[in-house]
Design a protein around this ligand. Structure first.
Ligand SMILES: Cc1cc2nc3c(=O)[nH]c(=O)nc-3n(C[C@H](O)[C@H](O)[C@H](O)COP(=O)(O)OP(=O)(O)OC[C@H]3O[C@@H](n4cnc5c(N)ncnc54)[C@H](O)[C@@H]3O)c2cc1C
Length: 353
């Protein structure tokens, strides 16, 4: 049996890596040898276990442990500070208890405690802020993880074809796996399968300030304002879930949203971003599941697919590669994938940013 994986991004290579241990012939088809458009290469590298649904939490815990202990990729353990306003009180209370029950070390802080620990934060409108303090959340260089998978795959004999999969001849009983990011929808249509995923363009700004960079700042995900940021080099990288332009083919950053982003940054970090200069930006596609913002991992007529990660594909890639390999091999799944099936009841993930 030959296993043919369409899409050699982060999910495709994790899948190839996990399957390569079984000795089957594996071919990865990747249309874009330079990975210029691939989402993983345009992501912010964030890895957190703070989510609202059990499988997302467990996939994060597995994946972070995998990256830290089984790869040579550097993990920056600054943590993830998630901020909640009063509208999110229920989500916070429910998810905090769930995370702790599933082994995550998330702790919650009242606004006074937050203000003491992070004196540069404006906390007036906040209900709580959550963080882990054991180095289990942070970020990585997305390209380093992709490179690690690639070198492991090559060493295990995985073949790479840098071309459109349509140029290859697929013969039964080949196994076909589609891991083409948001392009999975059009690739799956070739096999007469409808996968409800779309590419939402997100812009990330590079920002410098007149103050020294807070190098040990956690990745701050402000669910109240929609802004997220982390230190990078001599400045910060800043995203905003409101600058998602919906479906768009091009990768031109959405420059007009900078004014709004700055207002929100200044509102939350008045001392740091009073004098801020936007020095660049890039854009990439969130592969968003239109069902409920949770992943889609399933199989139809012998064709497997994994997509729809909505800002989580990089951090979950180890768990997803393992899960797809288990599906293909007919093994007992390590994770409950019922919430990721194509025909599921929508169960929205609340911590989307
Ligand atoms: C701005 C931004 C910030 C993000 N930040 C984070 C973050 O902090 N943490 C996180 O976990 N996730 C983040 N993400 C999400 C993450 O990048 C994606 O969920 C993840 O990259 C999805 O991986 P993938 O392998 O499915 O898709 P991709 O990385 O897009 O790879 C798909 C591959 O398929 C190839 N392909 C497409 N069509 C074909 C074809 N016909 N034939 C062959 N190959 C084909 C493409 O060229 C591409 O290389 C972010 C995304 C964006 C855009």
């Amino acid at each position: 049996m030959t296993i043919r994986i369409i899409g050699g991004g982060i999910i495709g290579l994790s899948t190839a890596y996990h399957l390569s241990k079984e000795g089957d012939e594996i071919v990865v088809y990747e249309i874009d040898k330079a990975y210029e458009k691939a989402s993983f290469a345009r992501s912010c590298g964030g890895m957190r276990s703070q989510f609202s649904t059990p499988t997302n939490i467990l996939m994060s815990r597995y994946s972070i442990d995998f990256v830290k202990n089984q790869t040579d990729v550097t993990f920056t353990p600054n943590g993830y500070l998630m901020l909640f306003d009063h509208d999110r009180q229920q989500d916070h209370d429910h998810s905090l208890a769930l995370q702790q029950r599933l082994g995550a070390t998330t702790t919650s802080m009242q606004p006074e405690v937050l203000a003491r620990e992070f004196p540069f934060l404006s906390t007036d409108d906040l209900y709580r802020g959550c963080i882990t303090r054991d180095g289990s959340e942070g970020w990585i260089d997305p390209n380093a993880l992709h490179q690690w998978y690639r070198s492991q795959c090559r060493a295990a004999g995985v073949q790479f074809q840098y071309s459109d999969f349509r140029k290859a001849s697929f013969t039964p009983p080949d196994t076909i796996i589609i891991t083409a990011g948001f392009w999975t929808r059009e690739v799956a249509q070739h096999f007469n399968i409808e996968v409800p995923v779309r590419g939402e363009k997100h812009t990330v700004f590079r920002v410098q300030t007149s103050k020294p960079v807070i190098a040990d700042l956690p990745l701050v995900a402000d669910l109240a304002s929609g802004v997220y940021l982390r230190p990078e080099g001599d400045g910060y990288i800043v995203g905003y879930d409101g600058n998602n332009e919906g479906e768009a083919d091009d990768l031109e950053p959405y420059w007009p949203s900078w004014d709004t982003v700055w207002e929100k940054l200044y509102g939350r970090f008045p001392d740091i971003f009073a004098e801020a200069k936007m020095v660049g930006a890039w854009a990439g596609h969130y592969d968003s599941s239109t069902i409920d913002h949770n992943a889609i991992i399933d199989c139809r007529d012998g064709v497997y697919f994994a997509t729809g990660f909505t800002g989580r594909g990089l951090m979950h890639s180890p768990a997803v590669g393992l899960s797809v390999s288990e599906l293909v091999l007919g093994r007992v799944p390590s994770f409950d994938l019922s919430g990721y099936r194509l025909d599921r009841q929508a169960q929205p993930e609340k911590y989307v940013i």
